[in-house]
Design a protein. Structure first.
Length: 169
């Protein structure tokens, strides 16, 4: 078989799987992220306005507005995850792997830095960061899917592994 040797192909496969498993589908862990954001007080001001009127005997405030805000962020990010596959796929086809991966790295790094430097006071930046995170992640997946071509008759199995790693991320 022409092309890279088996150890190099396996190394490429494993690093791509690690990338998809650890980073590409972070949005699928949204429930855990919301827990952290709530602990840090993101959008807490949406609870305080009606906390006295709607609190129960334990003193817990009804934070429906806060939950709706987090749900809206998730909805926008999920939409961008699917909607941006067409434009990013075009970029990948037109400008090839290097440009697509640089774009993915830009989106993903910008998003993670934005999330890292946000606080409860700047929580609205999550509306920018989470969609960028998902666009970078889907680009990582799209560019890694071509690794399946290195394995001939096992191509579909490799692609399935990458999709599973993305969803498990």
């Amino acid at each position: 078989m022409a092309g890279p040797s088996l150890p190099l192909r396996v190394a490429t496969l494993l690093t791509g799987l690690l990338e998809c498993l650890g980073f590409a589908g972070v949005l699928f862990g949204w429930a855990s992220l919301v827990f952290v954001f709530k602990t840090e007080g993101y959008f807490k001001e949406l609870c305080e306005a009606d906390a006295g009127l709607l609190s129960n005997a334990t003193g817990q405030a009804d934070c429906k507005a806060q939950d709706e805000r987090f749900s809206l962020i998730f909805t926008v990010a999920s939409f961008m995850n699917n909607f941006m596959t067409l434009p990013t796929g075009y970029i990948f086809d037109r400008f090839k792997t290097t440009v697509a991966r640089l774009l993915a790295i830009f989106f993903y790094t910008s998003a993670t830095l934005t999330i890292a430097f946000t606080s409860a006071d700047s929580a609205v930046l999550l509306f920018l960061a989470m969609p960028m995170l998902t666009v970078g992640g889907i680009l990582f997946l799209i560019t890694n899917l071509q690794i399946g071509n290195l394995f001939g008759k096992h191509r579909s199995t490799i692609i399935t592994l990458y999709n599973g790693a993305f969803d498990s991320s």
